[in-house]
Design a protein around this ligand. Sequence first.
Ligand SMILES: [Zn+2]
Length: 518
Amino acid sequence: MRRIFCYALFFAILLPDLAISQSEPVDTAMVAKIRDEGLNRSQIAMIAHQITDVAGPRLTNSPGYKRAANWAVSQMKQWGLSNAALEAWGDFGKGWELQKSYIALKEPYYQPMIAYPKAWTGSTNGLITAPVVFLEKMDSATITKHAAEIKGAIVLVSDGTKKIKSAFNAYASRYSDSQLVKMNDMYWFTRKMVDFYLPMIERQKKIKEFLVAQGPAALLLEEGGGRDGTIFVDGGPEYKKDVAPGKTSVVLSTEDFLRIQRLIEGGTKVQIEMEVKTNFDNGDLHGHNVVGEIPGTDPALKSELVMLGAHLDSWHSGTGATDNGAGSIVMLEVMRILKTLGIQPRRTIRITLWDGEEQGLYGSYNYVKNHFADVTTMQTKPDYDKVSAYYNLDNGSGKIRGIFTQDNEQVIPIFKAWLAPFADLGANTIANKNTGSTDHQAFDEVGIPGFQFIQDPLEYETRTHHSNMDTYDHLQIDDLKQAAVIIATFVYQTAMRDAKIPRKPKPNAGKWIFDGLD
Ligand SMILES: [Zn+2]
């Protein structure tokens, strides 16, 4: 019974799609050319070196972001792309750069600490040495209890971590077939979740202000539960022009944090010596996306667009290699492959590398608002109907295993046909699910088809995502080659297709998902 049932199920799921997907044309000759160029003459390693090692950390509006963005524009020009440029999307906030960070245990003995300042944090008053006060809880009662000691001291603020995570499970992983079949919605943020968390975030902000009002010299934090010297560190709202630089805040490695905590709890006096020097740039507060094109050639379709992108900005403690150097590197390579093959697309192909993603998808949200539609009013612009689809990559360095449909069933047979040539490279899953919290959402929220690919997790969540270990050496270059080849064929076939990618019903006006969250 079961076996017959399985066959029946197999055919039930596949047959109708098979018929339709067989009707979806696949340019096998072009797929072969793209595979050859992308797998045998890849420029991924070169692009990766420039975007990570050479540019450095690419915090939005920072010197590192500008180095990477300017390099991308000049490289696209060298490849012969059209309209390669930086495009201002609106006001972001202050530029910031770390210029010095030194933290060491001074008493009861000397030892350097593994630590990283939060983004947009302020400087210490030169080299300081001060006693350490431990706050077992971040609440006003605990702060009041320690108020006398806090003044001029370095305050250790716990997030409740008691011990480091076990390392018995491998850090890196690839999806098994059964995991791919059960692929579910992958949302980090929904508007509902944001509305739920906002009061808590507001409360935390108030408590931090109360702590800072007690006059500590600096704050040492435990965040993210890293181990082996891996520190997960991001930043707060201090990039905003009307928010003052934050009190010097530094995230310690879990191991160093817990040692100091135990020393203090055991009655040992602890002194820390530290110096943090940061620079704020209040000059150009604008945010800038990077854009470039391969113009369409079909008189009837060349004004229509196929877009691809990834956020170029990153956090600051590594070189943002897997988040999201990986996506930016792959999308640039896609444009190089297509340009090198001398394609004559019917629709115009446009690459967009975003900034401000880590602070709330600012670059993509404002780009969509400036060019296509405002989600809060659903007022549309003339180009709104011109976009066939937008393809995004922002789940680390893992190879593509498939694609999320964003609940748009009409694309299933199309994507099935387009993925079929890549089953041998491990990409054959269509998840009729949503994924979010990255830039395709800015398109999806206004009803323009926007898609994120399913990628192997590797060590994204366990090691590199927003950490000081997010560097070139944690990239899987072969995985990125595979991704570039697959995306280049999706983009090409979307540009050549007679019809645009079918859309879901136009959404009603609504709240932008990240409003109020930073
Ligand atoms: Zn990202």
